[in-house]
Design a protein. Structure first.
Length: 311
């Protein structure tokens, strides 16, 4: 008996398979189209659009680290001791805070040893310092809040060391402090993409409008193909801000274009299907963690993203 030849799949049917695969499992696509699941797998694999987009990855990647002694940040000296409040113990802690803020491990170690010489409980010193600040700034809630964590030198030291490491990384990647704040290729891309699109509403804040979505979708060369691509880009934006903030803590917020780009990426994560359990798990961990200082569970897309991972 002669085996019947397989019917070729039309271009229209192939495109429908690819469109459905963006939001359906392989078996769901097979049921919807009547095409065998093996053929569906082949069509998707050969298309390449469900592999990581290497053009996207290259654009949303920080410059490589280049070590150079001439690019190292200047080593700070020990700050001079000053009389700030007139209370010797409080002034000593304020000075130790300045020492800790240098981020220098050897100076921090000395500060921690000096801290042992202060016998008054930190809670008592913090209250005394708060009373001093409030007397100088009566009725100012911000002034009162600025005194919380006054004696947490270990926490301050950890943050200072991390910031110093990020500052050194920034210089090693970009070459200079000035270059750190020059628009990156990724920033240039999103600025150019949105230059003719109105994306700020009456409130003045950026919004993910249909025109914004269309604009980014049309720039298909730099569109995430996978959930891993999405995580890669989100981490790029977080790392860029972290490095810049380490150089200048007053550098301000990110570009409005970046805000809507992030919103767009989270929007994509509600529909791009995970390729396997490992990818779904990595997205789940990202959403449940605060690795970039944000609680992603509060995002409006969070429930839809979780449902996308579980269905």
């Amino acid at each position: 008996m002669i085996e019947q030849a397989k019917q070729p799949v039309s271009p229209e049917a192939r495109q429908r398979v690819l469109d459905l695969r963006r939001s359906h499992s392989l078996h769901q696509v097979a049921r919807e189209t009547g095409i065998p699941v093996g053929t569906v797998k082949t069509i998707c694999s050969r298309s390449g659009i469900f592999r990581d987009n290497q053009k996207h990855r290259a654009l949303f990647t920080l410059p490589p680290i280049v070590e150079s002694e001439s690019r190292q940040l200047a080593v700070p000296t020990i700050p001079p001791q000053e009389e700030v409040t007139g209370d010797k113990e409080i002034d000593a802690v304020l000075w130790l805070q300045q020492v800790v803020a240098t981020g220098q491990a050897d100076l921090i170690a000395k500060a921690m040893e000096a801290l042992k010489k202060i016998k008054t409980p930190m809670a008592t010193l913090e209250k005394r310092y708060r009373d001093f600040v409030m007397a100088k700034n009566p009725g100012s809630l911000f002034a009162a809040l600025s005194t919380f964590g006054f004696g947490d030198l270990r926490g301050q030291a950890e943050r200072a060391v991390n910031r110093k490491a990020s500052a050194q990384e920034a210089i090693a990647r970009f070459g200079s402090e000035e270059a750190c704040f020059t628009d990156t290729p990724a920033e240039g891309f999103i600025i150019a993409t949105l230059k003719d699109i109105v994306f700020c509403g009456d409130s003045g804040f950026p919004q993910l409008t249909p025109d914004v979505k269309t604009g980014f979708q049309q720039a298909s060369d730099f569109l995430p193909h996978t959930l891993s691509d999405c995580l890669h880009e989100l981490r790029y934006w977080s790392d860029l801000y972290r490095l810049r903030h380490a150089i200048d803590s007053d550098c301000g917020d990110s570009l409005y274009e970046e805000w809507v780009r992030r919103d767009f990426i989270f929007h994509l994560m509600t529909t791009i299907r995970p390729r396997d359990k490992e990818e779904a798990l990595s997205v789940m961990r990202f959403m449940l963690s605060d690795e970039d200082g944000s609680d992603h569970r509060d995002r409006t897309e969070a429930d839809a993203i979780f449902l996308n991972l579980l269905r």
